[in-house]
Design a protein around this ligand. Structure first.
Ligand SMILES: [Cu+2]
Length: 186
């Protein structure tokens, strides 16, 4: 039930960050689910969180998304990205980096948490499924990593089998404070 609450909170946060053109969706999870058909592309990640939370509440198991992939362990280099919140603001450092397919990115909590990694605007279904499968831990929704709380705690995302392209991400708690970045897979 604690996870359920967090999922709802994250859902509300994401919906709020999306711009608030759908006022009912921001205040009501049922409305959020209904809004999926109205705005399929932009509302997809938030709607997925809502769907998971609703399924948990009613005791049913959410079926895996179509085109589900299995986690692919990294086969290349590991790149480090610091998650920082201090007097200079909230940021990923480096915010933008380029990796090769098969590499891994290790997000390290430095200060000002909790932070997380949420990939956004992934439109290719196969890329979305593989990237989501490569994100470990108790995710709060599709492409939405768990909160990282403790200094030196790390969250590693494999980019094995993830198609070449640019993957934008934000820290959900600090998205409004411009804590965001991108990973370009070559
Ligand atoms: Cu953050």
């Amino acid at each position: 039930m604690r996870f359920h609450g967090i999922a709802l909170l994250a859902s509300a946060t994401i919906l709020g960050a999306c711009g608030g053109s759908d006022k009912p969706a921001a205040t009501d999870t049922t409305a959020a689910a209904a809004a999926t058909s109205a705005a399929p592309a932009a509302a997809a990640p938030a709607a997925d969180s809502s769907a998971t939370a609703t399924a948990g509440a009613t005791g049913t198991t959410a079926a895996p998304a179509a085109g589900a992939a299995t986690a692919a362990p990294p086969t290349g280099a590991t790149h480090e990205v610091k998650m920082i919140g201090d007097a200079s603001g909230y940021r990923f450092d480096p915010a933008n980096l380029t990796v090769k397919q098969g590499d891994a990115v290790k997000f390290i909590m430095v200060s000002g948490g909790p932070h997380n990694v949420t990939f956004q605007n992934v439109t290719d279904a196969a890329a979305k499924a593989q990237l989501d499968a490569n994100m470990p831990g108790q995710k709060m929704g599709e492409l939405t990593g768990p909160m990282i709380m403790q200094p030196n705690e790390a969250y590693v995302v494999s980019f094995a089998k993830v198609p070449a392209g640019k993957y934008d991400f934000v820290c959900t708690p600090h998205a409004a404070m411009n804590m965001k970045g991108s990973i370009t897979v070559q």
